[in-house]
Design a binder for this molecule. Sequence first.
Ligand code: TRP
Length: 332
Amino acid sequence: MVTANLQRSLAVPPSIRASPSPIASGAAVVQEGNGRDLESAEQLVLDLCDPALREHALLVISKKKEIFQDALAPLLWHSFGTIAALLQEIVSIYPALDPPTLSPGASNRACNALALFQCIASHPKTRMLFLNANIPIFMYPFMITKTNTRPLEHLRLASLGVIGALVKTNDPGVVEFLLRTEIIPPCLFCMENGHELSKTVATFIVQRIISDDLGLRYMCTNAERLLAVVQILAQMVNSERLLAVASVQRDPAKLVKHVIRCFHGLSADARACAALQIILPDVLKDGMVDTYLVDDLATRRCLQQLLHNVKVGGVGGAPQPGLDHMMGILTI
Ligand code: TRP
């Protein structure tokens, strides 16, 4: 059982406990959970507001987040001062991004804060609150860092994890938010420059956006956008890259599958088909990627459908002067 005392301590940080008006009430939240774990979660969440205890609390909460389960995200969101503390953790390392002076320890600490944001992004009760507060934008700078040092790559992956958690759901507000805040350029940057795991998560995000009507329209209404996306996807599956990926990544098939699904999603649009007729990599047409798909009938079907769409899709489409012009540049 959670006592009234604990509820009060959640609503008001120790430093201003005498204040008459708590800003957020944790009452609705704490009643959901049960047992000792939740009590320790509450104490740890309170500790986040104390700079002296924060690093330890971040580490423990992010390690135990599966144990705290469903109660953690609402607890983090509704407790007083917690989100501000997490944001401060993130913003405070911006100066170490360029030139890259971030230490592994500082990166770990920020990654733990990002893991808690991921938890908030995954929870149906906090996801839209998180979006409406524009917090994902604070993660974008970590996606576009110019060097691939381990601490920076680790941050990039943790940031992609937050966005990946948002797009895993079918909440209609998510894609709209991500497009409005221009997530595509940072994702493309990760696909071009990140390590294999970052490439995979970034491609997954783009795939989910393309699978949304609004996202597909966004990508295809403008020739520059379409070509930027298609060219980077194509680059990732050229045979040289495939071999490089296969040697270092545990599951190279994942990246290949996401790329196929991105192309497949794009091939629903006639303008995209016209571009794909020229740019679609040979490795997708000549059976070279089939070894990655032996156990995955669904993606094999996607590939077949993609090849079919590209074959028939560009024919008879409306003229697209913008795209023709871009194709001219491409074929030079
Ligand atoms: N402001 C640019 C645009 O809206 C953002 C952008 C750059 C972009 N490259 C892109 C968007 C590639 C989609 C795909 O076009």
